[in-house]
Design a binder for this molecule. Structure first.
Ligand code: ADP
Length: 638
């Protein structure tokens, strides 16, 4: 008697996706099924260790093909599935069976004894990329009954009792008809199967076997070849080396192997930006595979995101996310570490303060930084991609802990600048500094055009000095933590004294300051509640006014802090700078001389509003601003 059941909604969706898949990588179905088989054996093995009634056995995964029937069969002698398991695991994808298995384990610490490969891949359903029909025969421990699941990829599946001698699972795929775009028959070739196992599943720790037929020379009774006499012999061939990729000799491991390993282990569909294969002996010995994903994980900046590398001891899986192995600013890296120096029974608490682990962590950090610097020198295009994805993390790393890591990270920073076509390092900026240039100038803005349009750029432009363009909120905080690079101090184009005038200009400015003293004092008096000072500017040549700040909190920092609901709302000391050579200033002077008190107030307010708007600050009273504008416009037209 067979029952017809409906797939759960999510499963239908995934099924549909697989059946209509134009994915070029259909071959990964084999990897997924082998991973499931390996997980099932892990689970069986775990139970056999805990329960004396469950015998240990020789584990194996088999892959067989039948050219006549056009089938591929993947079987394992793992834990198998009960009737309910089939419905919950194969009829539903909403919850991962592997995850559930872990949750059901009473003994929490034992979680770590299991190695569960590919927890969240497309898994079982990948079968439908190549199969028109899938039959699963399975029998679990503690049950005499075996069950068969049959699906042709429609909305329903069949489930029935069947007979099966041994505990475990056998999955039979009935291949689809060949199409113009895809030749499914190739999956029936011994050679294809063998190379797919090598490519994707070589490191699986149980033997993956296949019956192969080889033609060999017949021998006489002395063991010598008999000429022209051959026979076909069938034997079991183990297709995988069972050596974990990270334990292999570096020169046997190709980039492609690392990429495939990364994608299957960490469920990414893109190759990593780069991988590191580390194996060290000596003071600390460990093997590690470290990957930088091409795209930052979508939840990288959410609180839920857990950093960490997988941890193995002598090839035995210990835990999934070992946090102490990864500094915060590298939280985006994925990978695993296998060390023979750690005890199998190490607990989470002990990990927190394990000296060995600290040493491994700092060694990995060094290697990653070394690699990043190498990429920066040898493949700048790639480095720019890295920085695009993770620059914010590097900046955060410089700032974090009062700059504790700034020296090892500062050379990884790159910035857009006013004079260069692409982002440059601080080193490059300093190398390109003009002879008389003392400072590293920077400006906060979203792009080059905005910086070039800033009134504060007038004199800097005239000198031809380059200016770093800071466009991340954290940038000015990073710069203030760095404070200098290669002995050159950083200077904001709108903070403090720019000191860009020559002697003659300085003399003239002093003279102007003296002459205009009284009118400036008047404006200062009008604006005394809004700015900390009003001055004759030494940085303007074209523009009438600008805003600057004294040392300390900068204008940009004030804006960033204002947007942070939790942060302190510290304010910059705002200074209104006025260009004494601008027509507008001359107009103000004449109003002042005419003792026109009302106009004087209006002009002073407008000057400040202008400066605030150009700097990207909100106006305190936009309605008043608009009314004053109207008044003056009407007046001007009379
Ligand atoms: P995942 O492996 O990510 O959980 P799958 O769709 O590949 O997702 O598999 C769903 C579940 O079905 C597995 O978690 C497991 O419980 C069960 N399963 C799949 N293949 C086997 C197998 N060969 N033996 C036992 N259980 C299996």
């Amino acid at each position: 008697m067979s029952e017809i059941k409906e797939f759960k909604t999510e499963s239908k969706r995934l099924l549909d996706l697989m059946i209509n898949s134009i994915y070029t990588n259909k071959e990964i179905f084999l990897r997924e099924l082998i991973s499931n088989a390996s997980d099932a054996i892990d689970k069986y093995h775990y139970i056999s260790l805990k329960d004396g009634n469950v015998p240990s056995k020789e584990y194996e995964i088999r892959v067989e093909t039948n050219k006549k029937n056009r089938t591929i069969t993947i079987s394992d002698n793992g834990i198998g599935m009960s009737y309910d398991d089939i419905i919950n695991n194969l009829g539903t994808i909403a919850k991962s069976g592997s995850a559930e298995f872990l949750n059901n384990l009473k003994d929490k610490d034992a979680k770590s004894e299991l190695e569960i490969i590919g927890q969240f891949g497309v898994g079982f359903y990948a079968s439908f990329m190549v199969a028109k029909k899938v039959v699963v025969d399975t029998k679990t421990i503690n049950s005499d009954k075996a069950y068969r699941f049959i699906s042709e990829g429609t909305d329903t599946y069949e489930i029935e009792e069947t007979s099966k001698d041994d505990v475990g699972t056998t999955i039979t795929l009935y291949l689809r008809k060949n199409e113009k775009e895809e030749d499914y028959d190739k999956f029936l070739d011994d050679y294809t199967i063998e190379s797919l196992v090598k490519k994707y599943s070589d490191y699986v720790k149980y033997p993956i076997k296949k019956k192969v037929i080889e033609t060999i020379n017949q021998k006489d009774e002395n063991g010598n070849d008999i000429e022209n006499k051959y026979e076909d012999v069938e034997f079991d061939k183990t297709l995988n080396s069972m050596i974990p990729l990270w334990k292999k000799n570096k020169n046997e491991v190709t980039e492609e192997m690392l990429n495939e390993f990364y994608k299957s282990k960490f469920n990414d569909y893109l190759d990593p930006l780069f991988s590191l294969h580390i194996s060290t002996e000596g003071m600390i010995s460990y093997n590690a595979l470290v990957f930088v994903p091409s795209k930052p994980p979508y939840d990288l900046y959410s609180e839920k995101y857990e950093k960490g590398l997988q941890l193995y001891t002598k090839g035995v899986f210990i835990m999934d996310k070992c946090k102490p192995l990864v500094p915060d600013y590298l939280r985006f890296i994925k990978g695993l570490v296998d060390s023979s120096d750690l005890s199998l029974n190490i607990s989470r608490e002990m990990l927190q303060q394990n000296r060995q682990l600290d040493k491994i962590a700092s060694s990995i950090e060094k290697k990653i930084l070394f690699e990043l610097n190498k990429i920066k020198e040898n493949d700048y295009e790639k480095y720019k991609k890295f920085f695009e994805a993770y620059g914010l993390n590097i900046k955060w790393g410089v700032y974090d802990g009062y700059g504790a890591n700034k020296d090892k990270l500062k050379d990884l920073l790159i910035y857009d600048t006013v004079n260069s076509e692409e982002k440059v390092t601080l080193k490059k900026y300093v190398e390109n500094m003009k002879d008389k240039q003392e400072f590293i100038y920077f400006a906060s803005a979203s792009n080059k055009e905005s910086v070039l349009a800033m009134p504060q750029m007038d004199l800097v432009k005239r000198q031809g000095f380059d200016v770093l363009i800071l466009n991340d909120n954290i940038d000015e905080f990073v710069i203030s933590i760095l404070s200098e690079y290669d002995g050159k101090k950083f200077k904001s184009i709108n903070q403090g004294d720019l000191d860009l005038l020559d002697e003659k200009e300085k003399e003239e400015l002093e003279k102007v300051k003296e002459e205009k003293q009284t009118v400036i004092e008047k404006i200062k008096d009008i604006l005394k509640d809004e700015v900390s000072d009003v001055v004759i500017s030494s940085r303007l040549s074209e523009s009438p006014v600008c805003l600057s700040s004294s040392e300390g909190i900068s204008l940009e920092m004030e804006k960033v802090l204002a947007n942070n609901p939790l942060g302190n709302q510290a304010k910059a000391n705002k200074i209104l700078e006025i260009n004494p050579h601008h027509e507008l200033f001359k107009a103000i002077e004449s109003i002042y001389e005419n003792n026109d008190e009302e106009s004087m107030n209006d002009y002073a307010e407008l000057l400040l509003s202008q400066a605030l708007l150009m700097e990207g600050f909100p106006l305190k009273d936009p309605v008043k601003f608009s009314n004053t504008m109207c008044k003056l416009m009407v007046k001007a037209s009379k």
